[in-house]
Design a protein around this ligand. Structure first.
Ligand SMILES: N[C@@H](CCC(=O)N[C@@H](CS)C(=O)NCC(=O)O)C(=O)O
Length: 210
């Protein structure tokens, strides 16, 4: 197995934290996204989508979605459990994963990709149409994020982790989401005390440094 990674990018970080929690070490190659290394023929030969992370297996199979990669490792190495223990916990992990991706990460990425000068002409990740940055997408995403952060704070007011008392991949996604939000200058609001309490605990785990 081999992991194609980029140390600064949010989605590869989700995989690195997941692997660190499970104490799994695999060979890794860094792919430089800002310089466009992920869009060069050498990387496109590995992953035609041109996105990172990508896990390649010994038989040539590739997995190029961060949660798919995590699910694969969860099945191979079930302990510690990171996708939920009971049927209900698994459903709740899935529920928060979906919300964090669609209502959080997606909008943060919209703002970042449509404002960062390094990505002018590359407003979508990976290989695909080279669309110009679109300011109206930024305005829309800026309106969508605060209510979602509020919902997460309300949830964490009654829950130690994203799913009850069980640390899971939903916490990894939420941690990466809030750190990514700092890039677009939308840190956890100071009045969101439950989220700040949760963030202090989760970001203190050794895996968070991955
Ligand atoms: N849904 C994919 C998203 C992958 C993705 O968008 N990765 C970004 C880095 S966080 C990327 O490869 N960007 C390439 C680019 O900007 O050209 C996943 O979760 O793995």
């Amino acid at each position: 197995m081999h992991l194609y990674d980029m140390v600064k990018a949010p989605n590869p970080r989700r995989v690195r934290i997941f692997l660190a929690e499970k104490k799994i070490e695999i060979p890794t190659t860094q792919v430089d996204i800002p310089s466009g290394e992920n869009l060069q023929p050498a990387y496109l030969a590995i992953n035609p989508r041109g996105v990172v992370p990508t896990l390649t297996l010994d038989d040539g199979t590739i997995l190029d979605e961060s949660v798919a990669i995590c699910r694969y490792f969860e099945a191979l190495y079930p302990n510690p459990n990171l996708f939920g223990r009971s049927a209900l916990e698994q459903a709740q992990v899935e529920r928060w994963q979906r919300r964090l991706e669609f209502e959080g990460l997606f909008h943060i990425a919209m703002i970042f990709r449509n404002t960062a000068s390094a990505f002018a002409g590359r407003s979508l990740p990976g290989q695909g149409p080279s669309l110009p940055q679109e300011p109206s997408l930024v305005t829309r995403a800026q309106a969508m994020l605060p209510p979602f952060f509020q919902a997460v704070n309300a949830h964490l007011s009654n829950s130690r982790y994203m799913v009850g008392d069980h640390f899971s991949i939903a916490d990894i996604t939420a941690l990466v989401m809030f750190d990514f939000a700092r890039w677009i200058k939308m840190p956890i609001p100071t009045e969101h005390s439950a989220t700040l309490r949760w963030y202090a605990e989760v970001s203190a785990r050794p895996s968070a440094k991955a």
